[in-house]
Design a protein around this ligand. Sequence first.
Ligand SMILES: NC(=O)c1ccc[n+]([C@@H]2O[C@H](COP(=O)([O-])OP(=O)(O)OC[C@H]3O[C@@H](n4cnc5c(N)ncnc54)[C@H](OP(=O)(O)O)[C@@H]3O)[C@@H](O)[C@H]2O)c1
Length: 245
Amino acid sequence: MPLYGLIGYPLGYSFSQAYFNKKFEALGLAGSYYVNFPLADIREFPVVVKANPGLAGLNVTIPHKEGVIQFLDEQDEVVRACGACNCIRFQDGKLYGYNTDVIGFERSWEPLLEQHHTRALVLGTGGSSKAVAYVLKKRGIGFSFVSRKERPDENIIGYAALTEEIMRSHTLLINTTPLGMAPKVEDAPPIPYQYISSAHYCYDLVYNPAETLFLKQARERGATIKNGHDMLELQAEAGWEIWNS
Ligand SMILES: NC(=O)c1ccc[n+]([C@@H]2O[C@H](COP(=O)([O-])OP(=O)(O)OC[C@H]3O[C@@H](n4cnc5c(N)ncnc54)[C@H](OP(=O)(O)O)[C@@H]3O)[C@@H](O)[C@H]2O)c1
């Protein structure tokens, strides 16, 4: 009986659990289950693995995407490059780590890319910003991170340093912060929105609400916008492909 699940903490409503259990039902996989494993401390991970011998695949979410790497037998090139793993395949007693945020972001983001989108600002420097940076590097798109803590030697600029010139020359804006996510829908990254134009493509990894304040302000200035909903589904599907490969 294959068992799938999600580790993270805290785990309230889980998109993945609802998505996969619905999928198993649709595919007639009566013996497959997807469960949540709330894990406050990643050191408890081996206990969960041992207690669930039927595990075939796991998703990993905040705050364990980095901490789980130490328990992997093998990690793919993307996990090594990003330093983050959000998908594990169990096979013959071994744990193989992948990063499907990269796949989900790339596949959802690229259809709206245009030729003039050659420079990006990545808002936030957390786990998902690494996945975004991996895709930007792969596509040869120059970028800077924007953070609450400026670190010029690491290509990280502060919000207060965002001038009109920087905003106009970076027509790709990607929000990887949780700002604007429900229930705090009145929050938005503190960027000078007045310099956003129809040349911009603004992408928000947040998917709830569908239009965050960041995306709303960008849309009102004529920018192309996209939220993280498709990314979420595409990373889930990529996990399913990996578990069945
Ligand atoms: N759509 C999807 O499939 C998908 C996938 C992954 C993540 N996400 C979403 O993306 C968001 C970030 O996830 P994550 O895993 O990268 O989280 P994370 O590791 O906690 O990183 C978030 C980053 O946002 C910045 N930040 C946090 N609080 C902030 C605040 N109050 N003001 C300004 N900046 C703040 C921080 O960067 P600085 O310290 O540098 O400012 C932080 O490192 C979450 O909302 C998550 O749900 C969506």
